[in-house]
Design a protein around this ligand. Structure first.
Ligand code: XMP
Length: 516
């Protein structure tokens, strides 16, 4: 669905912060899209971007197998902003020189602006020092013809560069990260000043164009939607319902891996407040039977993902002539699934990787272009209740990936009780909405404890709480000790089968948010 008349194209060279670039640009109400650096020139031209950003990346431009874009990119007359690796690539491809720096620059650095136009419009030159964030081991030694340095830092004589006649600019620092205090100015100057974009990427416009797009695609066809109770599927359902009304039937599959009461309130909302058609299917036995004896996390994910699709297909069959499946896949799911320069698939996402190859239904994924915070904004625009919008993310495979090893009814029963306590205490203390996710994980290893005068030998619950903006990176939440204490006390006292609670203090990377 290509519904955006104006866009900034971001070519990804493998940086950890490529997604942030896209988000920062969208925050300025300009649509931006990430593609691998291998995107052919013809496709780039066909997209007619108003501007192109070359991301950072881990390689060095002088490496033999360095990722290169088509140098003809710089002749299209489209403004280009190179960031870090992107700036070095621009330099090298246009005839300048990049070499390994004697002093690598990582972290905060002070920038002195030499030219206060272009991407630095509105900022001061001279001795004013602006804090920026660097992360590079190479530096630009000689500029290509027609270029000049527009800023310097202690170790970079060419910390920012610009072509004097064409709209080609490069920065050694990362304008997309929060530590670069002038990052927003730089991006705004690029997209509005150099590229001439209009700030018209708003949720209101998105709803209008997407609703029309869904109508065009579906015609009179019938659509089913997997309603899980989470934000993504709820917003998808509301959006598709707005577009095609009764042609949509939602299916809620109880896979036996949901939290206690997770969906009840949402179902009530959809049934009572909207005229959405929802079918409940109890498939607990089906899923739990298929998970019996399965310990491998990927295998668990695949079985759960496959089971979902199979059940949808069966239900679709019963409904008659259904052709489409609406699903709340988000942009990070799509990008993460692209295996990039040998990048490993860390976890097969339930929404993408678990799909059987021969799916009988055509997918409708109206949120495919959105980040999570945009989905929340969209939900509010569509009138969903705040409680549903600000629900923490919950993975498709549910509690199945929060029980290490085999999933059984007994283990699910233990985890659910602990989970309810975590949720209650997080909400009561106000931390539920302050953190990105908070939940209990069952470690079915037994440890020794003492209760009353009895020796116990029972399971461990790990408490996971993380702060994040997009789940790509995360840090463990510094929850107050007394909150941790209350959660621990309550779990050990109230949940039979648990005699120890531990708190996970790992960040992502290198750990992931979910334990499997
Ligand atoms: P990880 O564990 O990879 O998780 O750090 C990142 C975010 O994604 C959620 N997650 C999933 N969401 N289907 C989903 O819809 C999945 O299969 C899945 N696996 C993980 C996780 O809860 C976190 O928010």
């Amino acid at each position: 669905m290509n519904i955006h008349s104006e866009k900034i194209l971001i070519l990804d060279f493998g940086s950890q912060t490529t997604q942030l670039i896209a988000r920062r640009i969208r925050e300025q109400k300009v649509y931006s899209e990430i593609h691998p650096y291998t995107l052919p020139l013809e496709k780039i031209k066909a997209m007619q971007p108003k501007g192109i950003v070359l991301s950072g990346g881990p390689a060095s431009v002088y490496d033999e197998d360095a990722p290169l874009s088509d140098p003809a990119l710089f002749d299209l007359g489209i403004p280009v902003l190179g960031i870090c690796y992107g700036a070095q690539l621009m330099t090298q491809q246009l005839g300048g020189k990049v070499e390994r720096a004697l002093k690598r620059e990582f972290g905060k650095s002070d920038l002195e602006i030499k030219y206060s136009g272009g991407i630095f419009a509105g900022l001061e030159t001279g001795s004013s020092q602006y804090q920026v964030w660097m992360s590079h081991g190479d530096r630009i030694e000689a500029l290509p013809a027609g270029f000049a340095a527009s800023a310097v830092s202690e170790h970079s004589p060419h910390a920012a560069i610009r072509h004097q006649d064409q709209k080609l600019v490069g920065v050694q620092f990362h304008p997309e990260v929060a530590h670069t205090l002038i990052g927003t100015d730089v991006l705004r100057n690029f997209i509005f000043g150099l590229c001439g974009c209009e700030p018209n990427w708003t949720m209101h416009n998105f709803v209008e164009t997407t609703v029309q797009g869904i109508r065009d695609k579906v015609g009179q066809g019938k659509v089913i939607c997997a309603l899980s109770g989470g934000v993504d599927s709820s917003v998808t359902a509301a959006l598709v319902h707005k577009a095609i009304g009764d042609q949509l039937t939602c299916i809620y599959v109880n896979n036996g891996l949901m939290r206690t009461g997770e969906t009840a309130s949402l179902m009530r909302y959809f049934r009572e407040k909207t005229r959405l058609n929802v079918i409940d299917i109890d498939a607990e036995d089906y899923f739990l039977d298929r998970l019996e004896g399965i310990v491998d996390p990927e295998e668990k994910r695949k079985r759960i993902g496959y089971g979902f699709i199979k059940i949808f297909e069966e239900e679709a069959g019963k409904l008659g002539d259904v052709k489409y499946l609406a699903q709340g896949t988000l942009y990070p799911d799509v990008i993460e699934s692209v295996s990039f320069r040998g990048g490993a698939v860390i976890k097969s996402h339930h929404n993408v990787g678990g799909l059987p190859e021969r799916m009988k239904l055509t997918l409708i994924e109206p949120l495919r272009e959105l980040f999570k915070d945009e989905v929340r904004e969209l939900g509010l625009e569509l009138g969903l209740p705040e409680e549903a919008i600000y629900r923490q993310p919950f993975p498709g495979p549910g509690l199945g990936i929060r029980i290490m090893g085999e999933v059984s009814r007994e283990r699910l029963h233990i985890l659910r009780q602990a989970d309810v306590i975590v949720l209650e205490e997080m909400k009561k203390s106000g931390y539920y909405r302050k953190v990105w996710q908070s939940f209990a994980v069952l470690l079915p290893i037994q440890t020794v404890g003492v209760m009353g005068d009895e020796r116990t030998y029972e399971n461990v619950i790990a408490l996971r709480a993380v702060d994040s903006v997009d789940a790509m990176t995360a840090d463990w939440s510094r929850l107050p000790y007394d909150l941790l204490g209350r959660i621990s006390n309550r779990i050990i006292n109230e949940v039979r089968g648990v005699n120890r609670v531990v708190f996970d203090i790992s960040s992502k990377p290198p750990s992931t948010i979910e334990w499997e």
